[in-house]
Design a protein around this ligand. Structure first.
Ligand SMILES: [Zn+2]
Length: 499
């Protein structure tokens, strides 16, 4: 990494030789001094060494330089009864058993920064707010220091308030009640697992690096500049980077892994109606199996237009998950960059405007002819008939955590397409940048300007599932980029790097 040599200087376990005090230039300077001056300087330097050692007395007993304390906790969020699984509108019945358990996991840094990963289709803003409100009262967590990342698994329960028009066939009152209970229970569990992580800090060394995984494929088939359908677009943009944080204790025992990959959790299709975490769930299970006692947290990057390839069968999800665990193992023995500082958070909400909705006659026609999306059209007409305003924009949270100048981690809400990550890798130093999507809220897809022009599912029809009356405007990419640029220190910008 570009800045590693500079970052690993004094105070992080390196010898003073690395600090430059006794390096080449220093020796030349010493030779020009008079003897009494040299003795005086050596006395001062010796005192400085003693002071430094005394200040780092704790660290002397450990083989690793620490980053402070980190707490980790896990809670089982597997549904206890059949529940409608989200992600595919083609499903018409509650889940038929549990193929794999689901979990929520929390990392708590010493400065009260808490990151949660949740095996779910997407935690809505309302749930994130309720969890944070509770944590604000119980342990004083500031909003900018709290973030929830969803794995976007399509074999996890529907949550109350997410994807309100997912099912054309609708939900029964009983199914709605099960979903509401599960969501309320999840809120309690997310609060509890956060508090548990907060209450169990242990001395830790945090380090990070980027690997590579190639099972994500661009799923937007484009012909003559327009979207033609789902498939594999071999020359389409991807983000195959695999950023990973490693947290180990003072004895170098692995405590936790936090990693991210820009790929939908859609190896399993709509015909699979059993609870499962998809590739992210397998990855977490496999990492924890290979490293007993460690906790694995997986988040998703800008993978809204990326599907796992191949997909469709359970053994494929297992293979992708094991590929993640293999890459984790490779990185664990590589030289990772130490993160000595706790994250500093910034949080803001912006408004992303929607285009003008269609005339009500369009929706009336959909309902009358029972066209695709007629259930949503019926909902919109109901709103109009009741005199309720239609949404004109989307509330959009953007958050960032900076680990000193060593790493900037961005959290974008919603289903963010890969162009965003690739744009930010160009505008900032990609070697110090990590982009999470599906964070804090999943209000809808977030297309780029390019994809907006190409049209297709991520621009248009997906908005039906999310209950939005129109597509987002083409300018949202620049709005989001502007806010990200405002949050990240200019020191992460590298105009001198040509990419
Ligand atoms: Zn999705």
């Amino acid at each position: 990494m570009k800045s590693r040599a500079k970052l690993d200087y004094c105070g992080n376990g390196k010898t003073l030789l690395h600090c430059g005090l006794f390096a080449e230039g220093g020796n030349r300077y010493a030779s020009a001094m008079k003897i009494p001056q040299l003795i005086a300087m050596l006395i001062v330097a010796g005192a400085a060494v003693i002071l430094l050692l005394s200040q780092n007395a704790g660290a002397q007993f450990h083989s690793v330089a620490l980053s402070g304390k980190v707490g980790v906790a896990t809670v089982d969020i597997t549904p206890e009864k059949p529940i409608r699984l989200s992600g595919y509108g083609s499903r018409t019945a509650p889940s038929e058993g549990v193929e794999q358990k689901l979990f929520a996991k929390a990392l708590c840094f010493q400065n009260k920064s808490i990151l949660l990963t949740v095996d779910t289709i997407g935690v809505p803003a309302r749930v994130t707010k309720r969890v944070h409100d509770e944590l604000s009262k119980s342990i004083g967590i500031k909003r900018e220091n709290f973030v929830i990342c969803s794995t976007h698994s399509h074999t996890a329960p529907t949550l109350h308030g997410t994807l309100p028009y997912m099912f054309p066939s609708g939900l029964s009152d009983e199914e709605k009640a099960v979903i509401k209970d599960y969501t309320d229970d999840l809120i309690e569990k997310l609060v509890a697992v956060s508090e548990k992580a907060y209450e169990s800090p242990q001395p830790a060394r945090v380090s990070w690096g980027k690997g590579k995984l190639t099972f994500a494929a661009n799923r937007r088939v484009i012909e003559d500049g327009k979207w033609k359908g789902f498939g594999v677009q071999k020359d389409g943009p991807v983000d195959h980077s695999f950023p990973m944080i490693k947290i180990e204790d003072a004895d170098k025992k692995l405590i936790a892994i936090f990693a991210n990959y820009a790929c939908h959790c859609t190896t399993l299709g709509g015909n699979f109606n059993r609870v499962h975490g998809d590739w992210a769930g397998v990855a977490q299970e496999e990492i924890e199996k290979r490293h007993p006692g460690a906790t694995a947290l997986i988040a998703i990057g800008c993978g809204a237009d990326q599907n796992p390839e191949p997909r469709g069968e359970l053994d494929m999800a297992v293979a992708h998950g094991k590929a993640v665990a293999d890459e984790v193992d490779r990185l664990l023995v590589a030289e990772l960059q130490h993160l000595p500082k706790n994250p500093t958070g910034i949080y803001n909400e912006i408004r992303l405007p929607l285009e003008t909705p269609p005339d009500r006659s369009v929706w009336e026609d959909q309902v009358e002819k029972k066209l695709k999306g007629h259930h949503f059209a019926k909902g919109m007409l109901g709103k109009l008939d009741r005199g309720e305003p239609l949404d004109t924009d989307v509330s959009y949270p953007i958050q960032s955590w900076s680990f000193g100048e060593d790493l900037a981690m961005v959290f974008l809400a919603g289903e963010v397409v890969v162009d965003y990550a690739n744009r930010f890798y160009r505008e900032f130093d990609a070697d110090r940048l990590w982009i999470n999507a599906y964070s804090n809220d999943v209000p809808c897809y977030i297309p780029s300007r390019r994809i907006h022009a190409e049209r297709g599912y991520e621009v248009d029809y997906s908005m039906v599932y999310y209950g939005k009356p129109a597509r987002l405007t083409a300018g949202v990419e620049d709005q989001i980029a502007e806010e990200v640029a405002a949050q990240i220190s200019p020191r992460f910008k590298t105009p001198d790097i040509v990419r």
